[in-house]
Design a protein around this ligand. Structure first.
Ligand code: KIV
Ligand code: ZN
Length: 517
C-alpha cells in the first residue's frame, strides 16, 4: 500500500455547472433523481444549483437539501448579501450544508466585468464570507478566473477568505487556460503563500477548453489539492468540466502512483453516466474514456487474441468495475417475468411490482419484434418506459406512408383520458409528418429544437433511441423514446416531451383539447 494513502474529496457540480451546458434544462424531479444517484455513487459534495439564478433553481436546491442524505449539499452564491441569503434559504434544510461563494480575481474580470478595484474585491470577500459564515459553518470560497489572476493578489484574497471563516478554498481554471505543470505550480505556491492554508482544504475546479481538465486536476492533486470538482460525463459550460468518472478511475487505477483513495462507489459510475446522459439529453461520445460505448471494446485481431488469452494484456480496467456488465446473457420472448426481474436486479434496477409489470409488458412487446434482448435493451426499457411523470397523451397507434415519390403522411392515434384522437398530417419527411400530426392532436404549440437518433444495440433489429428537445414558452423540454421502429421511437420521444410541458406548465396549456381523463 502506498505511504501517502490519503483521501481525495469529490465535489460534483453536474447539477450546477453541468446544467449550464448549452441546451440542458432539468426539472426538479430530474435533478432529484440525479442527486439521489450521486448519493448512491457516494460523492462527498453535491452542488445542487445556484439558488438566486431562478425560482426553479431555488426549489431544486431546497428539495435536494431536504431529501438527499449522505453528501454535503452545496449551493452557489456570488459574494453579495442577496445571493448569500437566498442560498441559505434553500440550503438550511440540509443535514450537511455548504455555501459556495465566489468573486473573480483576475484583472480582466475586475476591469471589464465587475468594474471593481482590487481593494473593493478584498472588502467584498471579507464581508461576504463572514455573512455566509453567520449562517453555516462550512464555507467554500472561489476566486473566479484564478488561473489568470495575479498570484500575489489572489493569495491576499484567499488569506482574507480564510480569516473570515472559509473552510474550503477552490481554485477555478474558469476558462480552461491552464496547463498541468503551471496549474500544479499554482497550487504549490498557494500552499506556500497563504497564511492559515493548513486549516482549510484546497479544491480545484477545471474547465476543459484545451482538453486538459482531468490532467490539470491530477496535477493539482500532486501538489496538495484534496478536493476536485467536476461533472459526470464532463458536462458543463462550453467544453465542460473535469469528467469525474475519468478522474476517479485515474486515481483508482493508478493508486500505485498517486497514493490517494476516494470514497466513491465505483460500481455506480456507469449507471450514473447513463442517467445523466438520458436526463440532460447529452449523448456520450463513443470513444469517451471510461463510459463511452467503445471504451472497453477490442477491435484489432491482435488485441482480441491477447484479451482472450489474458485480459490484462490490453485491459487496465474492466467494465464490470464501473457497473457495466457486458456478458450479455440474452433474454428472449420465452423468458418469464421472474427471469426478467432477476436480470434487472443484476443490472442494479430494483423495481416495484407495478414498475415491473410495465417493464415486463414492454419487454414482451420488444421480444416479439426482436430475437435477442440484450442488457442494453433492458436498460433502455427501464430508463425510458418506467415513466416518472404522468402521461396526459399516450401513443396508441402510428401509421406512416412515405417514399421518394410520395408526400410523407402520418396518421397518429393518441389517447387522452378516455378519448382516442386520430389526426393526420403531411410533412417534409416521415418524422416531420408524425410530429405535425401529434401537434394537431395535442393542440400545444411547441417548436422542435433538436432531434437525435442512436442505436442502443447493434444488428438489423437494433433498438433505436430518440431524443427530442422541444421549446414551449421559451423553456426547453426533453423527451425520449425507444423502439425497433425509429418512426415510432421518434413519435414516443416527441410525445414524452409534450407530456412534460403539460406536467410542468399545468393543464391550462391544453386549450381546447379533449381532457376528460
Ligand atoms: O468556472 C468557474 O469559475 C466556476 C466558479 C463559480 C467556481 O464555475
Ligand atoms: Zn465552472
Amino acid at each position: 500500500m502506498p505511504e501517502n494513502d490519503k483521501r481525495i474529496y469529490i465535489f460534483d457540480t453536474t447539477l450546477r455547472d453541468g446544467e449550464q451546458s448549452p441546451g440542458v434544462s432539468l426539472n426538479i424531479e430530474e435533478k432529484l433523481e440525479i442527486a439521489h444517484q450521486l448519493a448512491r455513487l457516494k460523492v462527498d459534495v453535491i452542488e445542487a444549483g445556484f439558488p438566486i439564478a431562478s425560482p426553479g433553481d431555488f426549489e431544486a436546491v431546497k428539495a435536494i437539501a431536504r431529501e438527499v442524505e449522505g453528501p454535503v449539499i452545496a449551493g452557489l452564491a456570488r459574494i453579495n448579501d442577496r445571493d448569500i441569503d437566498r442560498a441559505w434559504e434553500a440550503l438550511q434544510y440540509a443535514k450537511k450544508a455548504r455555501i459556495h461563494v465566489f468573486i473573480a480575481t483576475s484583472d480582466i474580470h475586475l476591469k471589464h466585468k465587475l468594474r471593481m478595484t482590487r481593494e473593493e474585491v478584498l472588502e467584498a470577500v471579507r464581508k461576504g464570507v463572514a455573512r455566509a459564515k453567520s449562517y453555516c459553518s462550512d464555507i467554500e470560497f472561489s476566486p473566479e478566473d484564478a488561473s489568470r489572476s495575479d498570484m500575489d493578489f489572489m493569495c491576499q484574497v484567499l488569506a482574507a477568505a480564510v480569516e473570515a471563516g472559509a473552510t474550503v478554498l477552490n481554485i477555478p481554471d474558469t476558462v480552461g487556460y491552464a496547463t498541468p505543470e503551471e496549474f500544479g505550480r499554482r497550487i504549490a505556491e498557494i500552499r506556500e503563500k497563504v497564511p492559515g492554508i493548513d486549516k482549510v482544504k484546497i479544491s480545484v475546479h477545471c474547465h476543459n477548453d484545451l482538453g486538459l481538465a482531468v490532467a490539470n486536476s491530477l496535477a493539482a492533486i500532486s501538489n496538495g489539492a484534496l478536493q476536485v470538482e467536476g461533472a459526470i460525463n464532463g458536462i458543463g459550460e462550453r467544453a465542460g468540466n473535469t469528467a469525474l468518472e475519468e478522474l476517479i478511475m485515474a486515481l483508482h487505477t493508478r493508486r500505485d502512483f498517486y497514493g490517494y483513495k476516494t470514497g466513491i462507489s465505483i460500481g455506480e459510475i456507469y449507471r450514473t453516466s447513463k442517467l445523466v446522459s438520458r436526463l440532460t439529453g447529452m449523448p456520450v461520445q463513443y470513444n469517451k474514456a471510461i463510459v463511452g460505448k467503445n471504451a472497453f471494446v477490442h477491435e484489432a485481431g491482435i488485441h482480441q487474441d491477447g484479451v482472450l488469452k489474458e485480459r490484462t494484456t490490453y485491459e487496465i480496467m474492466n467494465p464490470e468495475m464501473i457497473g457495466s456488465f457486458q456478458n450479455n446473457i440474452y433474454l428472449g420472448k420465452h423468458s418469464g417475468r421472474h427471469a426478467l426481474k432477476q436480470r434487472l436486479e443484476q443490472l442494479g434496477f430494483n423495481l416495484g411490482e407495478k414498475e415491473l409489470d410495465t417493464a415486463f409488458k414492454r419487454f414482451k412487446e420488444l421480444a416479439d419484434r426482436k430475437k435477442e434482448i440484450t442488457d442494453r435493451d433492458l436498460e433502455a426499457i427501464v430508463e425510458h418506459e418506467i415513466k416518472h411523470i404522468p402521461e396526459k397523451f399516450v401513443l396508441e397507434s402510428i401509421h406512416i406512408s412515405t417514399g421518394n415519390k410520395v408526400v410523407p403522411t402520418a396518421t397518429i392515434g393518441i389517447r387522452i383520458g378516455d378519448t382516442l384522437k386520430e389526426e393526420a398530417a403531411c410533412g417534409e419527411g416521415p418524422i416531420d409528418a408524425a410530429f405535425k400530426a401529434i401537434d394537431k392532436a395535442t393542440g400545444i404549440p411547441v417548436c422542435l429544437k433538436s432531434y437525435s437518433l442512436d442505436a442502443v444495440t447493434g444488428g438489423k433489429d437494433a433498438v433505436g433511441e430518440v431524443t427530442a428537445k422541444i421549446e414551449y414558452d421559451g423553456q426547453l423540454f426533453i423527451g425520449r423514446g425507444i423502439s425497433t421502429d425509429v418512426l415510432e421511437a421518434s413519435a414516443r420521444a416527441y410525445l414524452s416531451a409534450v407530456n412534460k410541458v403539460v406536467y410542468e406548465k399545468g393543464e391550462e396549456v391544453l386549450g381546447n383539447v379533449a381532457v376528460n381523463s
